[in-house]
Ligand binder design. Sequence first.
Ligand code: IVH
Length: 676
Amino acid sequence: MAVPEKILREVDMLRREIEHHNRLYHSQDAPEIPDADFDALLRRLEELETKNELFDETSPSQRVGGEAVAGFTQVRHEIAMLSLSKVFDEADLQSFESRLKKRLETQTRIQYSCEPKVDGIAVSLLYKDGMLERAATRGDGVTGEDITHNVRMISSIPLQLKPQKKDTVIEIRGEIFLDKLGFKKLNETSEKEGGKIFVNPRNTAAGAIRQLDPRKSAKIPLRMYCYSIGLVEGIKLPKALSEIFALIEKWGLPVNPDRSVENGVDACLKYCLALLAKRNDLSYEIDGAVLKVDNVELQQQLGTNARSPRWAMAYKFPAEEQSTTVLDVEFQVGRTGTITPVARLEPVFVGGVTVSNTTLHNMDEIERLGVRIGDRVIVRRAGDVIPKVVKVIPHEGSKKIREKPISIPETCPACASAIEKDGDVLYRCSGGIICPAQRKESIKHFASRSAMDIEGLGHKLIELLVNKEVITSVAGIYTLTLEQLVGLERMGDKSAANLVAAIDKSKQTTLPRFLFALGIREVGEATALQLATHFGILESIIAADLTSLVKVPAVGPVMAEHIRVFFTNKNNVALIEQLQDSGVTWPIIEPSNDDLAKPLLGETYVLTGSLEQMPRSEAKAKLISLGAKVAGSVSKNTSCIVAGPGAGSKLTKAEELGIKILNEGEFIVLLDDLIT
Ligand code: IVH
């Protein structure tokens, strides 16, 4: 019996709607409907398909709920999946091109397809008559594993190529990966649910793709970028790789948008360096760039050697993960007495710098990692994010080598006062002002660039001044004399005079800087600015009660409490008076707690690239004080982006979306207009 038209229409509509939500969920990380609603749509589709025998293997109902498979079937790649030769510097990239020219007996410039080297898992997708028939891992290059059941769950990989391709076989190769946002969200959810913490996107993707149960793998929002073609039958492909990419993109396959065609190796090098500069801003992890001769005929002429094609080369970027040994763990005392465990590491080159120590944050983190002194660990440093121990490498040999567990000391390593527990995870030195470590840290903070900005009063000098008891608090800075300084180690007449001048100069400050410099718990630059603009004068902040403090945007009850505690302490008020008596002063600010003084209210700004005339934190604080929100990524809701030198993908996206773009100069003019 024919299926009624009405049912067919509903099935068609459901399939499209589910595909749409699949795309939002898996590719854009922006679901519009709750999971339960999505499940209801899917159940309705399954019901209609079963009742009316409307089976279709391209239906989204086929992407979910597959049964676990018993094991992996081995797959033999008809054409071996090769790997890439790699270089690490410019000179080796130049010799790569020289070798190519020699082999091709040409002096003409070679055209290359340049692509990011995505850090994921290499896979092969086999389409027969345009339908996804089989997906396999690379394996050893000759034999891989059948992972079709998992790949069918990846919503950005088409089950069917458009338009239909009768009598064809096309093997597409590429990299399956988990993007940075997907990884972050996965860990956030897993942490909330008390599940395991995933170490990095690549391993997570590798684990997901080799999951036996496709329902588990479907929980990881995998993506793919296609980068080459394997077996081809029954279809003629274009003569350049770049054209092939354009074609397969039309078929519905995902191809990396950050690729580019470049002429000659110098242009390729520029591409590589630009890619390296925007590495942090990319939504996915990369470990280098790949250069491929674009012309397919030339590729064939060059051929391959045993492991890799002669026509391609990977330009590797510094690795973001390395293994090293934990030599020791020390406990540092912060400005407010917080005790932080810091791992001393065997120095290791990671993410472009040598790392020899890293914070372990707190005792919970030590327990979560299961780290002990002597362990081999994986250290990760991605972009300019501080290095982090992400994992302990399990021991091959006996457990005896792991001899030293890490425990919190009973007394402060700096002043021997008792260490007290503060909340669930924090420990604090109870010494307060008598603790030299707390004193040093608060002086370092006071003198720092974003606070009183005292040039020449660096960490080493502060350590020395406190150790020798030349100064005991921040007020001591303003009593320092030339004679006292000249007598110190490695301090010449000139630097002593410069320092005295810098100290004197720092007396002319601003209220937000001064407030921030005081080091009140939780009060960062942005809050200090808000407090200053809201109350106008310091006396009002000192006198403010909790109710008036929480009226300041961004001041919550906890922060308000910290501010109250600080200003009800007589020593702190006396210290402020002492500083003012020494000549520390600032211009009066007009208090502005109404929306009229917030001309950017409702606008969202994004800061990208480097700013040369003010620290990014200051730019952010100023925008917030004017009522704007400051976001980390560009979307259609962005009102304006401020792009400094080195701006990358955020700038490109803003251009695409037609969003207002300001350079640093224009931004400063805007601030000047709005703030005064
Ligand atoms: S081309 C014939 N292009 O890097 C050349 N590989 O050893 C085959 N990779 O296992 C690779 N991004 O998984 C190529 N744009 C890209 C790539 C890429 C990542 C991986 C690939 C391979 C490894 C190189």
